[in-house]
Design a protein around this ligand. Sequence first.
Ligand code: F6P
Length: 342
Amino acid sequence: MPRVGILTGGGDCPGLNAVIRAATRSALNNSWEVVGIKNGWKGLLEKETQILDMRSISGILHRGGTILGTSRTNPYKNEGDSEIAKNNFKELNLDALIAIGGEDTLGVANKLSEEGLNIVGVPKTIDNDLNATDYTFGFDTAVNIATECIDRLHTTAESHHRLMVVEVMGRHAGWIATFSGLAGGADVILIPEIPINVAEVCQIIKNRHARGKNFSIIVVAEGAKFSKSQEILQDGELDEFGHVKLGGIGQKLAKLIETNTGFETRVVVLGHIQRGGTPTAYDRILATRYGVKAMELVFNKKFGRMAALKGNHIVDVPLKEAIAELKTVDEKIYEIAKIFFG
Ligand code: F6P
């Protein structure tokens, strides 16, 4: 029986289990054996695996997180690890591997594929910043959660006549901020792509209040920066891919706005709530389509490629293209959001 491995790497994301279920069902239907590799690339380095059968994927479609576990392990960080990964691929008798992840996990997948392993990719991240696909799964769920939170913040902000600064995820791109801000009727949306001009933000708020409004909602992506300065960090730690821990821009911004406008301001950091829990119906379907496509690529030996969404079609693109650059927020969408500022 041919064997396919599946792993999930990087930050977890609603819909991971739906991809695992879809790829496994598709493989089993075609008499392939499926090996779940635990905790991302760490599991390949340590040969930590579990067989995935009908029983293990039963009842997981609606479950958040990943039944395989995840990690931010980078097999190209320590010398010799990538050789161990390639060796273990052989020892596990894998004919192919499906890597479900964002830029880091798929960056590793691309290198291993260039070095001869049979790998295909599935695009995952709530941040939606992966290139070569219109949407990643998990993004819709994160946007829905953030939108619901903004709706709830409206009523408390209005009752207390306050400003609310809502910090959402988005390391390099402000997709969640833009979409949830647009859907939730935010009065200002701040994203990593455009440096924050505090004076301008305060003026928008002052104008709004001069019009008779006595509350405002400001959505800020965690990776947003003040002009000519660095991102705001939780601490100095770096992960294995060299990423910093973002967080704190909401707090800093709230202080500046409160001082400048004189309006009482509160901060809400949504954090990992955006990543946990059950996926939306849209994400379950998108993730399922990606999982089926990934196995189709394996059956057809189209390695070094990634399942992607283009318009309403699931297509395949080179892994290299997916990681070539980050997909930042579409200016046209941000321009639409700006119409409602103030
Ligand atoms: O999944 C991407 C992301 O949500 C980023 O927006 C965020 O900076 C990062 O993950 C935080 O992840 P963790 O706390 O798991 O390191």
